[in-house]
Ligand binder design. Structure first.
Ligand code: TXA
Ligand code: MG
Length: 317
């Protein structure tokens, strides 16, 4: 099992000598290494059992550092950075040679973001290099939103877990790329489409799937528990709610009363639901049930990101 604590200096020493450290962000925990050190980055792929064709996001502590790693910043990108950083927004930008190919899986763009978490901000400020970090879960499984989640699954692979408490947003960053200078949303996440459009005008959404694998990690059958998961209407869930072999994840309070039911947000608040999503999926996965039925969230705002994760989780065989 890994050491868990809040010692930024210790984390910085480990990272400087090429080690892996799990870091808290506002979205999910990341599995971090020095993004400029190829050998260190290779360890991330091995620890997660992640295919080398799935690129990593690079984390910086300030928008001013963008130009060190990125060749060109479209005007829309600087507006978005100025508005949403630090925060749950990743941008795909043309990379400079400073970023090793292993980080971007050979692509000429790099995913880059500035996370909004004070411990990780302080850590990044101490380091002379940015941090490459995917979510700190084994490839394809549910992302971790507490230090304990990381320890449960990658405790033997990571030297230290920086414990920043439960993640406030609880769902990964929104990924925005640029077709020439036109922004495009490639992954729904912590920042809503409407909030992005308020800054840069209408934005196309091009969420990837198995037939459109632009972002390889966006394949179907991601974010999946080990148990079979099915998205179901409240009516269907109600009809099966007496079956103790079925775990239930409800969006808000209802008349359904079952020992194996969890509620994402009793009052139906989308942000609260997002923050609870991954830890409740883990809890259900550990229950003695064969199947998990999930009520989808209202499909707007961060609810779209919640439903995107649920559909991918349900896509697993
Ligand atoms: O909130 C987040 O973004 C978290 C925290 C730790 O920052 N990170 C995260 O990383 O979700 P990961 O590796 O689990 O997901 C990153 C996604 C993957 O689907 C990857 O394929 C895509 O971003 N990606 C990264 N760089 C890319 C690039 N240059 N072009 C296209 N897709 C890219
Ligand atoms: Mg991930």
């Amino acid at each position: 099992m890994a050491k868990i604590g809040q010692d930024i200096d210790y984390a910085a020493r480990l990272l400087t000598k090429g080690g892996l450290v799990a870091i808290p962000t506002e979205t999910v925990y990341g599995l971090a290494a020095n993004a400029l050190d190829t050998d260190a980055v290779v360890k991330i792929f091995a620890a997660k059992n992640r295919p080398s064709f799935d690129p990593l996001i690079v984390h910086v502590d300030a928008a001013e550092k963008l130009e060190r790693y990125v060749a060109y910043v479209p005007e829309a990108a600087s507006k978005l950075a100025n508005t949403f950083w630090p925060g749950p927004l990743t941008m795909l930008l043309k990379k400079r040679e400073t970023i090793p190919d292993v980080v971007t899986s050979g692509l000429d763009t790099v995913g880059i973001r500035c996370p909004n978490h004070s411990l990780t901000q302080d850590l990044l400020a101490k380091l002379p290099f940015p941090l490459a970090a995917p979510s700190a879960n084994p490839f394809g499984y549910i992302s971790p939103t507490t230090a304990q989640h990381v320890n449960d699954q990658l405790g033997d692979q990571v030297e230290y877990i920086l414990d920043g408490g439960p993640c406030r947003v609880g769902i990964e960053s929104t990924i925005v790329g640029f077709d020439d200078t036109m922004p495009i949303i490639y992954r729904a996440g912590g920042i809503n489409q409407a909030d992005i459009e308020a800054i840069v005008g209408p934005v196309e959404e091009r969420l990837s799937n198995n037939s459109n694998p632009l972002a390889p990690g966006q394949l179907d059958s991601h974010y999946a528990p080990k148990k079979k998961l099915r998205i179901s209407s409240l009516k269907d869930i109600r009809a099966k709610s007496n079956d103790r072999n079925i775990g239930i994840l409800l969006f808000k309070s209802s008349d359904i009363d079952s020992d194996t039911a969890l509620v994402l947000s009793p009052k139906g608040d989308l942000n609260e639901a997002a923050a609870n999503l991954f830890s409740m999926l883990r809890e259900l996965d550990q229950m003695d049930v064969d199947l998990i039925l999930v009520e989808p969230a209202p499909d707007h705002g961060i609810g779209k990101a919640i439903n995107d994760r649920l559909h991918r989780a349900a896509a697993k065989g």
